[in-house]
Write a new protein. Structure first.
Ligand SMILES: NC(=O)c1ccc[n+]([C@@H]2O[C@H](COP(=O)([O-])OP(=O)(O)OC[C@H]3O[C@@H](n4cnc5c(N)ncnc54)[C@H](OP(=O)(O)O)[C@@H]3O)[C@@H](O)[C@H]2O)c1
Length: 226
């Protein structure tokens, strides 16, 4: 039984992480801005009012946790906004960097003492929910400036974290969930369910070790190109 902390836990993939982890008897700390009814129904610990773009908010989360050990941090919260070359909205690009790249790094940095406490037992883990859209090698269709650029930045942070935290016994996974039916994708009919995606994501997290830290995986187990 391990303690997992998940951001963006009120809906989509984040909620499903909470549901599946609770079902297998892990301890879950669900972090969100506003709890959804379905999250409240799970009866797990919910830390509401946390915006990952705010230093004060994330510091508040750390204060609430105190010296509690965390075995796995899943940086799941993210946004996508359409930015094309014809409509290059720099404020939108900046906002996507704030949430997708800096937000995840801010939460990770603030919770390092908790993760280091977790690693004393069996080694702790950090997950960054990136996207295949943040693969430079896989970019065959262009556009999506804010989302693609912010996810590349997130993946790069993940690689540096993997190097920096290996000596502390903390492993890092950089994960793509597949194309998933959530609000982010307008519940696209071409996507997989959150149930299927998170089943694969948890298998990757379970397999994560200091030996394979810093790898970019698809939820289905495929290693993705940078
Ligand atoms: N769905 C896909 O096909 C897909 C593909 C590749 C990667 N991903 C990645 O997977 C992750 C989860 O995506 P999803 O599909 O589950 O998206 P989603 O349903 O849109 O959920 C996004 C979550 O992020 C939270 N969030 C956004 N901005 C935040 C902020 N400033 N502070 C705190 N929380 C914030 C949202 O909270 P609110 O409800 O408060 O807005 C929500 O809980 C994201 O990082 C996404 O980029 C998804």
């Amino acid at each position: 039984m391990a303690t997992y902390l998940i951001t963006g836990a009120n809906r989509g993939i984040g909620y499903e992480y909470c549901r599946q982890l609770q079902a297998r008897n892990d301890i879950v700390i669900a972090v969100c801005r506003t709890a959804s009814e379905e999250l409240k129904q799970l009866g797990i610990q919910v830390e509401e009012g946390i915006d990952i773009t705010s230093d004060a908010s994330v510091a508040d989360l750390q204060t609430r946790l105190g010296n509690r050990a965390i075995d796995a941090l899943i940086n799941n919260a993210g946004i996508v906004k359409r930015v094309t070359l014809e409509n290059l909205d720099f404020d939108s690009i900046r906002e996507q960097f704030e949430v997708n790249a800096l937000g995840a790094l801010r939460v990770t940095h603030a919770l390092l003492p908790n993760l280091k406490a977790g690693s004393k037992k069996a080694g702790s883990k950090i997950v960054l929910m990136t996207s295949r859209m943040g693969s430079i090698a896989d970019n065959t269709s262009g556009s999506s400036y804010g989302y693609r650029m912010s996810k590349v930045a997130l993946s790069m942070a993940g690689k540096s974290l993997a190097h920096d935290l290996k000596p502390h016994g903390i492993a890092v996974a950089i994960l793509h969930p597949g194309l998933v039916q959530t609000r982010m994708t307008n519940f696209t009919s071409g996507g997989i369910t959150t149930e299927e995606s998170v089943k694969g994501l948890l298998a990757r997290i379970d397999e994560l070790t200091l030996g394979n830290t810093g790898t970019f995986w698809h939820a289905n187990g495929e290693v993705l190109p940078w």
